[in-house]
Ligand binder design. Structure first.
Ligand code: HEC
Ligand code: HEC
Length: 263
């Protein structure tokens, strides 16, 4: 988080320098009202936009004040999807990288379930299962997964073909099994997601996978921090009274003033 902020700050400084350079060469821009750094629809399109260099500002829709610069958000039109959600399944594309990291046999295609809840859990699916079939429709990619679920979206029952890894130690062994997924209403179809937003200048925490913009939007405001999935709330202010008594709603974490404003 802190490093992200630092990197963002560095990015803004670079962008300011770039714009300053442009302005020295070009005609003087009229002073424009300051606007908050939000996505600018005009620059979002299939054509590649260099992230660090803002596009030539359109005088009709000024986005920055003289001397100030905002790196535009960059949302590629065609992003690779990697995650899907359906009936309590949280799955992502099985890749060679994942197979290596999680000790699965190589060359397997399908949707690896990271987490199952709701109907998926009732059906007997487990985290770690690889979905390879939805009824008669084979699943090798996230797009297949969504297409297959679309075919059966009005049904209330589907047979899910999965590969399950034996828990034995040693070389991974996969078993084929089929579970029946049931829903009280129609099953609907899978919703897909792309990779998370990153900031220009973020280091790559994973192996090389290709051009960053094949998978990531680059910019701000696409992700809530802290991630509500992690349910970590910022510590609220507490009273002197509570601090003195040391009565807290959580386990011992250390001196109150280390995290709380006390007033
Ligand atoms: C083929 C798709 C793909 C490409 C290309 C790719 N990434 Fe990623 N990246 C992902 C996915 C998927 C994740 C989610 C976590 C994971 O799979 O490791 C991720 C996670 C990240 C994260 C962590 C984001 C977070 O909020 O957790 C950063 C930072 C990142 N990638 C940077 C980069 C950079 C920089 C490049 C280019 C050099 C790049 N990625 C190229 C797919 C990709
Ligand atoms: C390491 C950080 C940390 C320390 C140290 C800490 N807290 Fe907290 N506290 C939190 C966070 C974060 C929350 C928000 C809820 C949560 O995540 O549990 C919180 C929530 C609370 C709340 C609930 C407040 C509300 O309005 O919901 C009380 C009361 C509280 N802390 C009291 C204390 C007291 C008393 C101490 C010292 C004995 C203490 N805390 C020490 C991080 C801390």
């Amino acid at each position: 988080m802190n490093s992200k902020v630092a990197l963002l700050a560095a990015g803004v400084v670079i962008a300011v320098v770039l714009v300053a350079g442009q302005q020295r060469g070009g005609p003087a821009q009229p002073a424009a009202p300051v606007q908050s750094p939000v996505a600018v629809p005009a620059i979002v399109g299939p054509a590649a936009v260099p992230v660090a260099a803002p596009v030539q500002p359109d005088p009709a829709t000024p986005t920055v004040a003289a001397g100030e610069s905002v790196v535009p958000n960059y949302v590629p039109r065609r992003l690779k999807v990697f995650e899907g959600h359906w009936q309590g399944m949280d799955g992502r594309l099985m890749t060679e990288e994942l197979a290596r990291k999680l000790n699965y046999p190589r060359g397997i295609q399908g949707v690896l379930l990271g987490e199952v809840t709701l109907n998926a859990a009732f059906s007997g699916l487990l985290g770690g299962d690889i979905v390879v079939k939805v009824d008669e429709f084979p699943v090798a990619t996230m797009e297949d997964f969504q297409a297959a679920t679309r075919e059966i979206m009005n049904r209330t029952e589907a047979r899910i073909g999965v590969l399950r890894k034996d828990s034995r130690p040693g070389a991974p062994v996969l078993r084929k099994l089929t579970v029946v997924l049931r829903s009280e209403s129609s099953l609907g179809f899978a919703q897909l997601e792309g990779a998370p937003m990153i900031l220009a200048g973020d280091p790559r925490p994973h192996g090389y996978r290709g051009a960053c913009t094949e998978c990531h939007p680059i910019g701000q405001g696409f992700e809530l921090t802290p991630d509500p999935d992690l349910i970590s709330l910022p510590p609220p202010p507490i009273t002197r009274d509570i601090a003195a008594k040391g009565t807290s709603s959580h386990e011992v974490r250390g001196p109150c003033e280390a995290c709380h404003v006390i007033r």
